[in-house]
Design a protein around this ligand. Structure first.
Ligand code: ATP
Ligand code: MG
Length: 1021
């Protein structure tokens, strides 16, 4: 509840005691209306629950909600009827005291529903075992029976309880329900014989007609249609959309079985219900003497059958009356009017007494058999204050009942209030309130009160009428400040009160009653003959309900008013002996509609339920009270001394807090266990301050928490890092140690291995040698020769010298294989030529070494081969080599520019300019080739010289090595190449002569002719 102080703007206050303007009915109304609109139908006035009928199913009656309300502090949860149930149950258990819950409100305000919710709550939330479950079942099943026989549809409520009900639920010392007891306050009035349009008789009539099977109906001689029965059809609304009679009848039958009604009992019960229906259809006509006679006697026959009584006797009793005069009995016939009265009186009596029997029977079934000590919770579901346009004896009784309940409430609340002050040790705060005892006395006082005056009027001999009763009232209580009649009032009042009316100023307002019918209703006479007839009935229930002993009593039966007063006082005694809780029910509109709040209607009820009086009494002292602990706990943050903890006793803490909050002296009191705050505004100011403080605190708590969480996280992380790094360092150190250890061992082993490396393999050097081998192989792998010409090889260790040689050879083989495989046929041919060149020239002729790197021509150059030359070449031959040369004449040594072409058959020399063939030396004829060992490029082709042939040819070629090699290879004259070391070469000339070429060593190559021949200067080898 404290939590909801925040939302008070929207949903109003949950406890009306906290209304600032608690004297204002409008503020009161406004508050409950605000809540009603938010579907908050419950509001407290202190511990009183105000409940507004929502006329719709709201979702807060589930077992989940029941559980939530169990055992919690009354003010911790939003107001609820379960909170009342729980509080009552816990008080009963904790204090081992009897409790009662008084539920009041006008018809249709939700009393019965509230009582059912409480019963359900108690049943679900109390201790349990198999036996107890059985009892709980019975307690719950008593409701459908009582509602079927005691409830009816009225304008105000489709399920209106036509009786006041008080039910005790008995609990054992463990808090388990062990039994129950019902007290009923049936209004034995008009409902059953007269109904206004739109209303119905008791549900059971319609349930029976709708729900009974054919067999039962024919046994009860009934027809299915309610229209056929006067008592069931006056209101012309046998069918009601909100009621399912067939289903309800099944529920009743089931409940009767659960509560162990015998089949015979059930049969008799239904027979009585049927007999009343038939009785309603009995009509009378006047005979010639004006006496009543029954129109359809077979109706009487049916009734007699159903009630188990004599047909004739019943017929006689309905139309005659036995009068005793001078000890002589006489049969006096009734008029039609009297007969109808007798018929209705009989119906009411039968039904009323049957209902009493039913309650008795239910009690028999519910009463706990064991005699151990029990505590009870009483539930009172009783009609609230009624004010109609025209109010009669019924309203008089009801309103009297409510006066009594109000008095009880005032007394108990004030007593409670006083006791609380006393217990808390604070001085008594006088409470201003209106004590309605004066009105109760006006009604019930012996000899002076209205009930006794009415009785007197009913009983006195002579012509007593309703009007004489009114005069008697004026005479006796005329001066009472709460009693007014037309005659007693001033002129203004007279306009509002009729001649046959009196007005009572009730605590809840003025009510004007019409005296019409007061005497009859109070008498409610049932002619003796009918009682006699009933007392000999064969229907056990009827027989029990009309005991023969009643007939022998000389005393007149008690009047209805007296009976009512007696039972009410008995009820008051019962309630006074218990601790009461209150549920005040309000009906929000007359249309039974959800979400509609009729201000005028509710204001009216607030008034006559005495809720303002409730509030005033409750607020007389202090608006708010809570235990020190709760108060301190909630508001301690508002004072530095009490925040976050107050070490001393909580009372002292509250004192410190209140002083700090600057509460003025009159605004609060400190009791022994509770703090009392007089005005809501003081509490609200504190609450508002708390709401602001709460946000500040939340921010502080949040920031502190965040800081703490961050720090915690940081510390965890730091610890983790330290741990991790120390572990890591340890691991590293260990690794280093291992590494060093291993290194030391390795080095030692290495040195030992080194020292013994030259010995045969043994354990000392095995690893070293492996290492040497491995590293040698790895080094070899890294530094293998790049190609076949690369003859480098790394140094081999002593132990592997042979291996090194083998490996080098192997590698070279591999390289060569690879090289050879990569050589193309052309290149191969070229290489062969180079090899040939080597064989011929190597270390023999200067210039050879330089020529090695230059590849030879692989095919003749096309630009040098003129077509004419090619045409001259012998057919079938091909030019295999060609180059430009200078040819020296054998005579005169004149240099001529020639193109030299070698074919497979011969060497041709063509004039380079005109392409004419100048000399052809077939390979067969070539005798040899001569050149010098100097770095010149002159050579001689030795050819025969006859007439036909020209003889040796002196040729100078830029590519002397190439040209000679090509020729030697093609002509297969490699053996015939002669490199002369001496200083001259002789050559043949035609005519047998010989020419000479002299070689002179010099730096510059030059060829010059002399008289004797040629002089070639060239560098020496
Ligand atoms: N808490 C509730 N939730 C939903 N509907 C309710 C509630 N209380 C009452 N009602 C509706 O209002 C109708 C009348 O309620 P109920 O029978 O309890 O009134 P009552 O005060 O006992 O009237 P009466 O004095 O005529 O017996 C119920 O049948 C139900 O439809
Ligand atoms: Mg009711």
């Amino acid at each position: 509840m404290e939590g909801a102080l925040t939302a008070r703007d929207r949903v109003g206050v949950q406890d009306l005691v906290l209304l600032e303007d608690y004297q204002s009915e409008t503020a009161f109304l406004h508050n409950i209306k605000k809540r009603f609109k938010e579907k908050l139908i419950y509001t407290y006035i202190g511990s009183v629950l105000v409940s507004v009928n929502p006329y719709q199913q709201l979702g807060f009656y589930s077992s989940y909600h029941m559980e939530k309300y169990q055992g919690v502090n009354f003010y911790e949860m939003p107001p609820h009827v379960y909170a009342i149930g729980d509080n009552t149950y816990r008080s009963m258990r904790n204090e081992a005291s009897d409790q009662c819950i008084l539920i009041s409100g006008e018809s249709g305000s939700g009393k019965t529903e509230a009582s059912k919710y409480i019963l359900q709550y108690l049943s679900v939330c109390s201790a349990s075992n198999d036996k107890v479950e059985h009892i709980k079942g019975r307690l719950l099943q008593s409701n459908p029976i009582l509602e079927a026989f005691g409830n009816a549809k009225t304008h105000r409520n489709d399920n209106s309880s036509r009786f006041g009900k008080y039910m005790d639920i008995e609990f054992d010392h463990k808090g388990a329900p062990v039994g129950g007891h019902i007290l009923n306050y049936l209004l034995p009035f008009t409902i059953q014989v007269h109904q206004a349009s739109g209303e119905r008789n008791f549900h059971i009539f319609y349930q029976l007609l709708e729900g009974a099977d054919e067999e039962l109906l024919s046994r009860l001689m009934l027809q299915k249609t309610p229209d056929k029965y006067f008592y069931a059809s006056q209101g012309k609304c046998a069918k009601v959309s909100s009621i399912n009679d067939r289903r309800d009848f099944l529920a009743v039958q089931k409940a009767l079985k659960v509560l162990e009604f015998s089949p015979k009992n059930i049969d008799e019960l239904l027979s009585i219900v049927a007999s009343v229906l038939h009785l309603g259809n009995v009509s009378f006509s006047a005979n010639e003497e004006g006496h009543a006679t029954v129109d359809r006697e077979h109706e009487i026959q049916k009734i007699a059958n159903l009630l188990g009584c004599q047909f004739e006797q019943l017929l006689q009793a309905l139309t005659h009356r036995t009068i005793e005069a001078n000890k002589e009995k006489m049969e006096s016939p009734l008029t039609v009017e009297q007969a109808l009265y007798a018929r209705d009186a009989l119906s009411k009596a039968i039904y009323g007494r049957m209902f009493n029997w039913l309650v008795l029977k239910l009690n028999g079934s519910l009463t706990s058999k064991d005699r151990m000590r029990k505590n009870v919770i009483g539930l009172l579901d009783i009609y609230g204050f009624e004010i109609f346009k025209s109010n009669s004896f019924e309203q008089f009784c009801i309103n009297f009942c409510n006066e009594k309940l109000q008095q009880l409430f005032i007394e108990l609340t004030l007593k409670q209030e006083q006791e609380e002050y006393r217990a808390e040790g604070i001085e008594w705060e006088p409470v201003e309130y209106f004590n309605n005892k004066i009105i109760c006395d006006l009604v019930e006082e012996r000899h002076q009160g209205i009930i006794d005056i009415l009785d007197e009027e009913c009983l006195r001999p002579g012509e007593a009428t309703d009007n004489t009763f009114l005069s008697k009232l004026e005479e006796t209580v005329g001066k009472h400040p709460h009693f007014i009649t037309h005659a007693l009032g001033d002129s203004k009042m007279r306009k509002t009160i009729g001649y046959e009316e009196f007005r009572l100023v009730h605590y809840a307002g003025e009510v004007t009653y019409s005296v019409k019918g007061f005497l009859d209703k109070n008498n409610d006479l049932l002619y003796r003959d009918l009682k006699v007839t009933m007392s000999v009935s064969k229907n056990e229930i009827v027989k029990e309900a009309f005991p023969a002993s009643e007939l022998t009593k000389l005393k007149r039966p008690e009047t209805v008013g007296s009976q009512f007063r007696t039972s009410l006082n008995r009820l008051m005694d019962i309630l006074m002996s218990k601790e009461p809780s209150y549920v005040r029910c309000i009906k929000p509109n007359d249309a039974k509609m959800a979400d509609r709040f009729d201000d005028t209607l509710v204001r009216h009820q607030v008034k006559y339920l005495g809720l303002m009086e409730n509030l005033r009494v409750r607020r007389a002292g202090f608006a708010y009270r809570r235990t020190h602990d709760i108060f301190l706990n909630r508001y301690k943050s508002l004072c530095p001394e009490t925040w976050p903890h107050y070490d001393g006793p909580s009372r002292k803490g509250v004192d410190v807090l209140c002083k700090y909050l600057d509460y003025k002296e009159g605004e609060y009191r400190l009791g022994k266990t509770k703090v009392f705050i007089r005005f809501p505004r003081t509490l609200f100011a504190t609450e508002d301050a708390f709401q602001i403080r709460k946000h500040e605190l939340a921010t502080i708590i949040q920031s502190v928490f965040r800081g703490w969480r961050q720090k915690k996280k940081f510390i965890t992380m730091r610890n983790a890092v330290t741990l991790l790094s120390s572990q890591w360092k340890k691991i590293l150190a260990q690794r280093l140690k291992e590494k060093r250890k291993k290194a030391t061992l390795d080095i030692r082993k290495f040195i030992l291995g080194f020292m013994t490396r030259l010995k045969p393999r043994c354990p000392e050097n095995a690893e070293f040698l492996d290492y040497v081998r491995y590293s040698y192989l790895m080094r070899v792998k890294e530094s293998l020769p790049a190609g076949v010409l690369d003859k480098s090889w790394i140094h081999s260790p002593a132990a592997l010298e042979e291996t090194g040689v083998l490996l080098q050879q192997l590698n070279m083989k591999n390289l060569m294989l690879k090289y050879v495989k990569g050589v193309s046929p052309q290149r191969k041919a070229m290489m062969e030529e180079k090899v040939l060149a080597s064989a011929i020239f190597r270390q023999k002729k200067k210039g050879y070494d330089e020529s090695v790197g230059n590849p030879f021509q692989d095919k003749p150059k096309v630009e040098q081969l003129k077509p004419k030359m090619l045409a001259t070449i012998d057919s079938g031959e091909q030019a295999l080599y060609c180059c430009s040369v200078t040819k020296f004449d054998r005579h005169g040594y004149h240099p001529r520019s020639r193109t030299l072409i070698i074919t497979s058959g011969a060497t041709y020399l063509f004039d380079s300019k005109d392409g004419k063939l100048k000399q052809k030396i077939s390979h067969n004829e070539l005798r040899g080739i001569s050149t010098s060992s100097l770095g010149d490029n002159v050579f001689v082709l030795h050819a025969p010289s006859d007439n036909k042939e020209k003889g040796d040819a002196i040729v100078q070629s830029t590519f002397v090595i190439e040209t000679i090699t090509k020729l030697a290879r093609i002509a297969k004259k490699d053996q015939d190449v002669k490199i002369v070391d001496n200083s001259s070469i002789l050559h043949d000339m035609t005519g047998g002569k010989q020419g000479r070429i002299d070689y002179v060593v010099g730096n510059e190559v030059s060829v010059t002719k002399t008289k004797t021949g040629l002089v070639v200067v060239a560098p020496a080898r």
